[in-house]
Design a protein around this ligand. Structure first.
Ligand code: ATP
Length: 239
């Protein structure tokens, strides 16, 4: 694609003691591309995102961001390389205000345009502006998910990863979250999305991977995967 390759995983293995959570995964994501990973609990999806975020250390294999190996890079520098993760459960600090949570997203930055970017967050997410001085714990689940996404975007990522962004949210709120993700992708940001809700993720993704027991068992366009006889739609919660 025009923007070139952003992420490249080669033979990635992640072990926790005797447990091999990820057992040899290859994946390439181009700039501006959206990739969905679906699969049952315990498949290794969260571990994969953690490794790309620099949190989980690979036991074998390689991770490159824009051609640069991730091995040995400090966590804060992974963010500076343009990688942001919205983890499952969102990691919102409930006793801090909305504004304080947003400011945490800007800590890796050294540029002067942070205030302008925060103003833009409040333009894009008016509810966060209205509640900027309230404890984030008082926000609804959907508002907290918006806050987590807005906070991640304040690090100006080239790759935004989201772990179960629709979990626990009402369908109309999930619509809103996915509208936002579509806008973000439209700005040229790559997305890597882990979802139980395959139908939602597939509607957005350019490519999808089904992960099971630490490996990708199917990869292709969402349409190819949905057509595949091995793709058990009921299991993955397509509704
Ligand atoms: P889920 O949707 O349940 O989070 P997942 O596909 O994201 O599942 P992982 O969370 O990556 O899968 O877990 C993969 C395997 O690794 C599981 O067997 C899990 O128990 C194990 N595991 C994950 N994190 C750790 C850890 N920190 N220590 C030990 N085992 C772990």
């Amino acid at each position: 694609s025009q923007g070139g390759r952003l992420v490249e995983l080669g033979g990635l293995v992640i072990r926790y003691g005797a447990i091999a959570a990820v057992q040899g995964v290859d994946l390439a994501i181009d700039a501006g591309e959206a990739v969905a990973i679906v699969g049952p609990n315990g498949a290794g999806k969260t571990s994969l995102l953690s490794a790309i975020a620099g949190v989980a250390r690979p036991s074998a294999g390689s991770i490159r961001i824009a051609g640069k190996p991730l091995a040995g890079i400090a966590l804060s520098d992974v963010v500076r390389e343009g990688v942001a993760l919205v983890p499952e459960g969102r990691n919102i600090f409930g006793s801090l205000t909305v504004m304080e949570n947003l400011r945490l997203g800007t800590t890796p930055r050294r540029d002067a345009s942070v205030p302008a970017d925060i103003d833009r967050v409040f333009a894009d997410f008016p509810i966060l502006g209205e509640r900027r001085d309230q404890p984030a714990g008082q926000l609804s689940g959907g508002e907290q998910q918006m806050l987590a996404i807005a906070r991640a975007m304040l690090s100006r990522p080239r790759l935004l990863m989201l772990d179960e962004p629709s979990l626990g949210l009402a369908p109309n709120i999930v619509d809103k979250v996915y509208d936002i993700l579509r806008q973000i992708r439209g700005q040229g940001v790559s997305l890597l999305l882990v979802e139980q809700n395959a139908a939602r993720a597939f509607a957005l993704a350019d490519r999808a991977c089904v992960m099971s027991r630490g490996v990708f068992t199917l990869t292709g366009t969402p349409a190819e995967i949905e057509r595949h006889e091995a793709f058990d739609a009921a299991y993955f919660g397509v509704a």
